[in-house]
Design a protein around this ligand. Structure first.
Ligand SMILES: C[S@@+](CC[C@H](N)C(=O)[O-])C[C@H]1O[C@@H](n2cnc3c(N)ncnc32)[C@H](O)[C@@H]1O
Length: 211
């Protein structure tokens, strides 16, 4: 199974390049950029971004790393087999954030949103946390409030056959918020899910706020 994956992966578009070099290019050319990422996982995005774009002043991350009871991310065939593994993942990601002098908050997006000062704005908010319909839609609606007037909200997993809830949530979000969005861009990324051999794809969308 692994050999089949290897053969195909060589031709894949780089996910980080799609996000930062294509979708966020214009924003990162600004003199000072504030980024919020909801759902950080291995902290690969911050590492790529901070090494390449000196314009980034703030990169805040929020991820509960399976902390709340009954997390769908901890268990056999999930992101982490048990709580020990999820804690280790948090520690590793935290070390990366610390290295760049940035803040990683270990809490759910809802808990973070309740506390956050709503006047704090970000040029980029990347919503990539819980992929169930209600959570995905609520995250988009809540965190859109923190996007600066000329900022952008990135959403992952549109048209990913493994996450139909996210596609539905994005459609519902756009039905309501389209009048406040001036431009929508997307990059389609082919990939192979780690537990499957069939290549599939998803679209990362950039929703640019403005009229
Ligand atoms: C798909 S991964 C994020 C991938 C990352 N954005 C990237 O591009 O590499 C989803 C992450 O969201 C986190 N997550 C899931 N539900 C969450 C919630 N309600 N609040 C905060 N983080 C959550 C999971 O722990 C997991 O690390």
């Amino acid at each position: 199974m692994k050999d089949i994956q290897k053969v195909h992966k060589a031709s894949y578009t780089n996910r980080r390049a799609a996000i930062f070099d294509i979708l966020l290019k214009d924003i990162l050319d600004r003199p000072s950029v504030r980024i919020l990422e909801i759902g950080v996982y291995l902290a690969l995005n911050i590492r790529y971004a901070m090494e390449k774009f000196p314009s980034i002043e703030t990169y805040m991350g929020v991820d509960d790393y399976g902390k709340f009871r009954g997390s769908p991310y901890v268990g056999p065939t999930k992101y982490w087999a048990n709580r020990k593994e999820s804690h280790q993942a948090y520690e590793k990601a935290k070390a990366i954030f610390d290295q760049y002098g940035q803040e990683l908050r270990r809490e759910t997006s809802d808990a973070f949103f309740k506390k956050v000062d709503k006047s704090q704005k970000f040029d980029v908010v990347f919503v990539d946390g819980n992929h169930k319909y209600d959570y995905a839609l609520r995250d988009m609606k809540q965190f859109y409030e923190l996007v600066a007037d000329d900022g952008v909200m990135l959403v992952d997993d549109y048209d990913n056959p493994d996450t139909p809830d996210v596609t539905r949530a994005i459609t519902a979000f756009l039905n309501e918020y389209l009048p406040t969005i001036k431009r929508i861009e997307g990059v389609r990324l082919p990939f192979i899910n780690s537990v499957k051999v069939v290549p599939i794809s998803l679209v990362i969308l950039a929703l640019h706020k403005g009229k």
